[in-house]
Structure formats: C-alpha cells, structure tokens
Design a protein around this ligand. Structure first.
Ligand code: PLP
Length: 230
C-alpha cells in the first residue's frame, strides 16, 4: 500500500533538498529538474504522484511501463526509460516512451529508429556514458562518445538532448563526484565539437547534491520519493 501523505511529504522534502543543493553551489534551482523513479512501485503509487502534479516517471523495465501505462490509461504521463534496454524492446519503447536516457550503443539506436519510423514518432534521447569503475554498470565508454554522436546524426527520429550517467557506488564522495565531473567535461568537449547537449542526467537519492555541484540538470530520484524498494 502506498501512503499518499508520506509520498507528498517525501516529494516536498526532495524538492527542498534539491533547491538547497543548488543554492549551496550558486545555481538557480529552476535549472535542475527531478525525475521521479517509480520502478518496482505499482500504478497506485504513480497515481498518487500524478495527483501531486508529477508527470514524468523513470522506469528501468519496459514491461513495467507497459503494465502501468495500461493500468493508468493517462496520456498526460511521460515514461522515461533509464535502464539497460534490449533491442527486442524497441517496439514497445517506440510506442510508449517519451524518452530514453540509456542509449548506449549503435545497435539500439538502429532498432529504435526503425520502430519510431513505423510509429511515425520521435524520441528524446540521452546517451548513457560509463563513468563508474564497476564492471556491472552499463554505458558507452567516454572515449567513444564523440564518434557515437556523429553516427547518431543518421537517425533523425532520435533527438539527442544530452548525457546520462550512474556514479560508482561508494562512500568516497570524491570518487562519486569525479564520475559526475567526467560527464560534464565530456559534454563540454563534445559541445566544443558542435554537439548541443544541454542536459546532464546524473545523481540519485544518495548522491544528488554532488551531481548538482557538478552541473546536473536533472536528478533521478526513486527511494527518497517512493520509499525503499523491498
Ligand atoms: C533506480 C534508479 C535510480 C533511482 O535510484 P534511487 O537510489 O532509488 O534514487 C536512478 N537512476 C537509475 C538508472 C536507476 O536505475
């Protein structure tokens, strides 16, 4: 069961902490949006969040988007894919998602483009870059980003808006922060080469103030809004 009062309080607290993190580093809070991550929570939780005025939701499994989209039947909701995506899911993504933040390989770009053409749709995308040292984290190696962005120009259905990353899971704030810094520096280098990448999606419940300090324009928050995932 989802506690609507608790969720409302969590949302207020998260937005206030994001605003504080912005002011602490001299940034305008209006520059940083929060993407609520509703993965593992059911349609009821999303419904409560919608009543609070939230419209975009991050999910890491396409099947969950399908289930929740069907249960909620609310066209005002925008589903954002933030998890590793298999090419055989491209069809559902092309139909149901408003955005993919985990674009990390050419094969996936090709599959999405193909399906988007069939659907007559376009998709905002962020390129996921691997900045963490763990082997398990997905993402394109930073050294391949510039060439990848060039190749994405061949897919007009994919509107590249920026970059996304997951930091190393670590107690060491310096190490976490260096992942976020890498993403910003990569973005700046690509911008100098003519790629417009205004958005940086980085930071989660445990590390978003560090991401904001390094230039995040969007933080992806699950636990701090919806509670812990059992
Ligand atoms: C689950 C998830 C989040 C949110 O994590 P929390 O720690 O619950 O805030 C953010 N980004 C991605 C890619 C995720 O899979």
């Amino acid at each position: 069961m989802i506690d609507a009062t608790q969720l409302a309080a969590n949302w207020t607290t998260v937005r206030r902490r994001v605003d504080e993190a912005c002011r602490a580093v001299g940034r305008d809070p209006a520059e940083v949006s929060v993407l609520p991550v509703s993965k593992t929570f059911g349609p009821d939780a999303v419904r409560v969040a919608v009543a609070l005025g939230l419209r975009r939701f991050g999910e890491n499994k396409v099947q969950e988007i399908r289930d929740k989209a069907a249960a909620l039947a609310d066209d005002s909701i925008e589903w954002v894919v933030i998890g590793h995506l298999q090419t055989n899911k491209a069809r559902d993504v092309a139909r149901l998602a408003s955005e993919v933040q985990s674009l990390d390989r050419l094969e996936l770009a090709e599959a999405l483009h193909h399906r988007l053409q069939i659907e007559g749709r376009t998709l905002d995308v962020l390129v996921q870059v691997k900045t963490a040292r763990e082997e398990t984290k997905y993402g394109l190696p930073g050294a391949e980003l510039a060439a990848f962005l060039e190749r994405l120009r061949a897919f007009p259905t994919l509107h590249v808006r920026g970059l996304m990353t997951l930091a190393t899971l670590s107690e060491d704030a310096g190490e976490v922060r260096s992942c976020f810094r890498q993403l910003r520096e990569l973005r700046n280098r690509c911008a100098a080469a003519g790629h417009d990448l205004p958005r940086l999606s980085m930071g989660m419940s445990a590390d978003f103030p560090l991401a904001i300090a390094e230039g995040a324009t969007e933080v992806r928050i699950g636990t701090a809004i919806f509670g812990s995932r059992s």
